[in-house]
Design a protein around this ligand. Structure first.
Ligand code: SAH
Length: 473
């Protein structure tokens, strides 16, 4: 960024315009809107400028512009607009402004400017400025046209109404987050581009009071959001909406940068995956954080990999929220099993090969001798194991000793659905060996069952979905 956009209050402030042709007149018309005290300096003045002078909107000074110095101007200006066609004059005016610390813009010559004027969409008090830092005024103008078309017709009146109401709302709703929530609701948060001015005509403090009563703007809320298996395109629309309105986002380490980049820019991002301590204290810490931010009145997005209720400890989190009487909402996400299976061509169920599918966690299986291995060892079903890398030798051994066919196909999917996805296939008897041999790293999912024979290494990021050779052991 080479220029900082700011809005300058020019009402009754002295502005000099050098030159008095049509270009100068165009610039003057905006300065008149800004209610500046305008002095126009030239030898000859175009018709429009003469009219404005008669209307008392500016003063003219007939002077031969040659070498510009500060003594030429009767009063030190806030701003100078240099619209003269004489290159020498423009140059000396720029040097003078630089020396004197005056803001000067030379029309269409960014190198002779210490400020630039953006293209503006004027629905004052709403003002949208578009600047390309002088690189392409034409592009700025084209964008301006697009935005003009996009904005609702009566926006000016709606903004004026909001301006009137602002002091009242500030007094009525003390909490800043609650106030923001109020205004979002007032402007129809989900559809700000289809605002209809007639809806706002009759709004007064009474109707506003009703709006305040109906809603609990003061209270925070927690959204448990599933971010899907890692590919940003697999986010739900609802997940994206919550990510864009949340004040605070508490996310797991599993959620990749590409997804975090879609969070509202001024939201506070907190990585709770990295917090210190063992598992128990870590979850306790997360629960405390959820309560802390919600009680402050914030909208909290608890962003989790996959689905919040599949091996995501979402159940414990809502229990805590329940105990503290904090409102919450669950936004489901595509769980790793569904995403990874889809992106490696494995149908999780199949008329011939699998009548059921089970999601298992590899965590804590050693101590869980009460696991019904015989049940899992049965034919014609698919087992999908989450967090199964470390315990894969035990898993493999237990299933086989309880009667599972050692030649049952398996697929190991690492970083599923992302451009780094890797799929390795083989037989159950080779499971842990394959993991070591191919140096599979977390996050990875194990699919055990006849359906794993369909695993394919697709290149989903290639438009033609090229089928790559699959390494089968
Ligand atoms: N709630 C998540 C699961 C969290 S447990 C969900 O519904 O998907 C974390 C485990 O999920 C990882 O250890 C891994 O086994 C699996 N996992 C998550 N994302 C994955 C991915 N992109 N590729 C492969 N496995 C993944």
């Amino acid at each position: 960024m080479n220029y900082l956009p700011i809005n300058i209050k020019l009402k009754n402030k002295t502005v000099w315009v050098l030159g008095a042709g049509p270009v100068a007149a165009r610039k003057i018309s905006t300065l008149i809107k800004a209610k500046a005290s305008i002095h126009c300096c030239a030898m000859q003045f175009c018709e429009q400028i003469k009219i404005w002078e008669k209307q008392g909107l500016l003063q003219t000074h007939q002077k031969h512009l040659e070498h510009i110095d500060i003594s030429l101007l009767s009063e030190k200006p806030h701003l100078i607009v240099s619209a003269t066609s004489d290159a020498k004059v423009a140059h000396s005016a720029f040097l003078m402004a630089e020396n004197e610390g005056i803001l000067l813009n030379t029309v269409d010559q960014p190198e002779l400017c210490n400020y630039l004027t953006p293209a503006i969409v004027d629905r004052s008090p709403l003002m949208i400025a578009i600047s390309t830092e002088g690189s392409s005024p034409v592009l700025a103008r084209l964008l301006k046209q697009k935005i003009e078309k996009l904005l609702p017709f009566g926006l000016q009146k709606i903004v004026q109404k909001a301006k009137q109401l602002r002091p009242y709302i500030k007094k009525k709703i003390k909490n800043a987050q609650a106030r923001r929530a109020f205004w979002e609701q007032y402007f129809d948060h989900d559809n700000p581009l289809i605002l209809d001015e007639t809806q706002y005509q009759d709004i007064n403090s009474q109707t506003v009071n009703k709006l305040i009563e109906q809603n609990q703007f003061q209270k925070g809320k927690v959204y448990l959001v599933g971010a899907g298996p890692g590919n940003p395109e697999l986010l739900t629309i609802k997940a994206l909406q919550v990510m864009q309105k949340a004040d605070v986002v508490l996310h797991d380490q599993l959620v990749p940068e590409a997804i975090l980049g879609l969070v509202r820019k001024d939201a506070q991002l907190i990585d709770v995956g990295k917090s210190a301590g063992n598992h128990k204290t870590k979850q306790q810490h997360i629960n405390e954080q959820l309560v802390y931010w919600a009680q402050k009145g914030f909208r909290v997005c608890r962003l989790k990999g996959g689905d919040p209720f599949v091996f995501g400890r979402g159940g414990e989190e809502i229990q805590t929220l329940h105990e503290h009487e904090i409102a919450f909402e669950i936004v489901p996400g595509i769980t790793a099993a569904i995403g990874c299976a889809a992106y490696s061509g494995i149908p999780l169920t199949h008329r011939e090969h699998a009548q059921s599918v089970t999601f298992l966690t590899g965590h804590g299986q050693e101590s869980q001798d009460n696991i019904d291995w015989q049940f899992y060892a049965k034919d014609k079903q698919t087992l999908v194991v989450y967090m199964g890398l470390i315990k894969s030798p035990i898993l493999q051994e237990k299933l086989i000793t309880h009667g599972k066919n050692p030649h049952e196909p398996v697929a190991i999917i690492e970083n599923g659905t992302s451009e780094k996805q890797r799929v390795v296939t083989g037989y159950l008897s080779q499971l842990s060996e394959l993991i070591t041999q191919h140096q599979i790293k977390s996050p990875a999912l194990l699919v055990i069952g006849e359906v794993a024979q369909y695993a394919a290494q697709f290149n989903w990021y290639n438009q033609n979905n090229v089928f790559l050779e699959l390494k089968t052991a």
